[in-house]
Ligand binder design. Sequence first.
Ligand code: ZN
Length: 465
Amino acid sequence: MTPETLARLKAAAGSNGFSEDPAEIAPHLEEWRSKYKGRSSLLLKPATTAAVSAVLAVCNEANTAVVPQGGNTGLVGAQIPFDGEVVLSLARMNKVRAVDRDAHALTVEAGVILASVHKAAADTGLYFPLSLAAEGSATIGGNLSTNAGGVAVLRYGMARDLVLGLEVVLADGRVLDLLRTLRKDNTGYDLKQLFIGAEGTLGVITAATLKLFPKPAHRATAFVAIPSPEAAVKLLREMQESTGGLISAFEIMPRIGIEFVTAHIPAARDPLPNPSPWYVLIEATSAANFDLTTLFEAALGESPLVTDAVIASSDAQRETLWALRENMSEAQKREGASIKHDVSVPVGAIPAFLEKAMAAVAKVLPGARPVSFGHIGDGNIHFNFSVPKDGDPEAFLARWEEIQRVVHDTVYEFHGSISAEHGIGIQKRDQLPRYKSAAELDVMRALKRMLDPNNILNPGKMIVV
Ligand code: ZN
């Protein structure tokens, strides 16, 4: 970068809008699990849309690459500057701009932390349902750029389903103002959806108008023992029918997962007296005058699919049940090395997929311990493997690509997705061509070339042009 470009970028970002201090830049260069590490000597942190616009105009003119970044909680390396790019942090764009109770809409800037979005919605007596483990540090801009999923997708959809409007700064600095609160707008291409899940490769999201919902006043949560994934799929259908579609979370866990959590997480304990091969955590929400707990008791009590069940009788117990699910990744980490996948297949195909994929992996790496858990209601399984008991972790991890190939090829056979909710970033970029058609890849590249002709926006991520 020339000294002149550097000076122009600093001026564009504003007086507190930049840093060249390695200590301040360092946390922006490393992904939180230390899996990805980048380098950069300039951090820009504009506080307004106008400043983001000015920054990108300079970058575009000077052919200077930028990596947009929110809370730096992404899992596929999309937010990391691997090649000395400028880091464009949206963290200072953290204002709640407007609330429209009649439209059930909340407009926030990209740098607002997801937990703060929840609070802003709650302050108006409404509810924003996107919920995930990193919500205390992830920003809404990052959530939208990665089209985050989480634990309420079954009821409310992915991040892209929760957006009414968007403000985006294009690569050349023009501002695309799509901030609307309309539920019905059939005036052509739905441009905002292009930028959601684009991982910052097509434009920089600076603000969004989000959909709000009535606050769930009553909640029922059950931890249920079932014999198999087939039983889980059938039970989901039963529970949706008996609650009239009020199920908000339906998460599957295998016995080995519960063993890991109770072994490695101090406060965790198995809520049921006898072990079961599989479990589901089921939650439904409704208005206050609707007795979901009684409905759960009846539905689960009558179902022949259910071996045993516990229904939370207090918020504290509910949290204990959720902790089993939420600690599964952490417990697996403490158990030792693991090889992970974030895949989806049609819900009904999950039992067959699990069987086939587990057999295929067992053939390649006998002894690898499958720990398949996650959002079975969305067809999304975190299909992980732990190192064989007494196995060598290094030797196990060296087989990552080989195992992943077997798993992803099986996913493809079932018409599934190799990234259900974490994205592509750098991690799966080179696998994409294997699982997408030439036509699909052509359209993606054409969009990238049109919206970012100088390839300055998060170059090298998701797709190579
Ligand atoms: Zn997940």
